[in-house]
Ligand binder design. Structure first.
Ligand code: FES
Length: 130
């Protein structure tokens, strides 16, 4: 999150017993800095069974690079046209389709994707660097 105004469901998550840790880019809530850096600190301090993530792909890539021996799953987003596996617009890696084969991929699969966290494709299929 950029700042405190972008936080949501904090109160509801805490009411349900979740251990909520927060980082904001400007430090207006929680720790100042990126979510991936905060997650790395937690992974160093605690025994974590699995990392399940969604959000900006560069953040997920940074986290994946840190999770060598931890079960890892990420939910990806790609520009979609057909959303049923026909057009190939949402392809990632070596021909997997986010709409049909995902959107959740495990860490082992993601590590084989040369484009994960590097680029996506726009509506015309052009590569857009993250
Ligand atoms: S959006 Fe067409 S294959 Fe995924």
């Amino acid at each position: 999150m950029k700042n405190k105004s972008e936080l949501f469901f904090e109160k509801q998550l805490k009411e349900h017993g979740a251990n909520v840790v927060i980082s904001t880019d400007d430090g207006s809530a929680g720790r100042k800095g990126s979510a991936s850096e905060l997650a790395k600190e937690i992974l160093q301090q605690e025994e974590i069974d699995a990392v399940i993530t969604c959000g900006p792909e560069m953040m997920m890539k940074a986290l994946l690079d840190y999770c060598d021996n931890i079960t890892f799953q990420a939910s990806l987003e790609r520009y979609m046209k057909c959303a049923m596996g026909i057009c190939g617009q949402c392809c990632i890696g070596k021909g997997l389709r986010v709409c049909k084969d995902g959107p959740v991929f495990d860490g082992k699969t993601l590590k084989d994707f040369e484009d994960f966290g590097i680029y996506r494709r726009d509506s015309a299929g052009r590569k857009i660097q993250f």
